[in-house]
Design a protein around this ligand. Structure first.
Ligand SMILES: NC(=O)c1ccc[n+]([C@@H]2O[C@H](COP(=O)([O-])OP(=O)(O)OC[C@H]3O[C@@H](n4cnc5c(N)ncnc54)[C@H](OP(=O)(O)O)[C@@H]3O)[C@@H](O)[C@H]2O)c1
Length: 249
């Protein structure tokens, strides 16, 4: 039986998420893209659907458990479970130093990135395992989970390492089943995520990078598509390095 391609894209409203949805729409047929957003879905709403593809929008603040569970209930009711999950959301990046550390801020990052994903996996993973096809989970990590991280990013680094731990523990628990769970770790991408970073730091990072440039979303989307495709069926529990050779791990 051919299973319908149902994508749940958490943080579809991110710059990377919108490019991914456009790419899926260009290449998939009769796929359903359940696009989660928190505050803005205008970019996604402008996409001209092709090839019988459908978009279903779902709004949720993933720092709030009620909203995480409302999202889960909606997806369960409409689709039973997704076939593919892509996890992209993150709180806007802020520098953190120990002397100004706030547990509440870290907890919010952990709610959005880690706790929300645990609840979503708990709800859908058993149903995904019952599907008659290979199912996939792609978790957005960061190049900072490889090699030395930069200074003053405590909240971000702690949260991404927690997410890396979650990816690895889910991968080991479900190895050998019809699910592939992998992470992806890009280097600095020029997106609205960097709005709070001084433009000079972004440009300096580009200058110091291989090829003298930062990543663009178009560099990263193909790697996400690879992890969602059958071409990566023998990859499970990996943290894919997408850094143009800036980190050789
Ligand atoms: N940009 C980089 O340099 C870089 C490098 C490596 C990894 N990453 C990772 O890539 C992912 C996407 O980032 P991006 O650069 O494309 O950033 P972005 O455009 O700023 O996207 C952030 C996403 O997180 C969502 N979000 C924020 N707070 C939320 C909340 N409380 N509840 C639910 N969703 C929330 C946003 O939703 P709304 O827009 O709808 O509010 C948006 O979809 C993140 O996980 C980030 O850590 C980024």
């Amino acid at each position: 039986m051919n299973e319908k391609k149902i994508y749940l894209i958490l943080g579809a409203s991110s710059d990377i998420g919108s490019e991914l949805v456009k790419d899926l729409n260009d290449t998939e047929k009769e796929a359903v893209m359940i696009c989660h957003y928190r505050s803005q879905c205008e970019k996604l709403a402008e996409i001209n659907l092709k090839n019988g593809n459908q978009i279903d929008f779902i709004q949720a603040d993933l720092s709030l458990q009620d909203e995480v569970h409302a999202l889960i209930d909606y997806v369960k009711r409409q689709y039973n479970s997704p076939v593919y999950i892509v996890h992209l959301p993150a709180n806007k990046f802020e520098y953190t130093k120990l002397k100004t550390f706030s547990w509440e801020t870290l907890q919010r990052d952990m709610e959005i990135q880690v706790h929300a994903l645990i609840e979503i996996m708990k709800a859908f993973l058993p149903h995904m395992l019952k599907r008659d096809c290979m199912t996939k989970v792609v978790i957005m990590l960061s190049a900072y989970t490889m090699g030395n991280p930069p200074k003053y990013m405590m909240n971000y680094i702690v949260t991404k390492y927690a997410l890396l731990g979650l990816m690895k523990s889910l991968a080991i628990d479900y190895a050998g089943k019809n699910i592939r769970i992998n992470g992806i770790s890009p280097s600095m991408m020029e997106t609205k995520f960097l709005d709070n970073v001084d433009e000079r730091i972004v440009q300096l990072n580009a200058y110091n990078s291989v090829g003298k440039r930062n990543a663009q979303v178009s560099d990263i989307v193909p790697a996400i598509r690879f992890l969602l495709s059958d071409a990566s069926n023998y990859l499970h529990g990996t943290n894919l390095n997408v850094t143009n050779g800036n980190i050789i791990s």
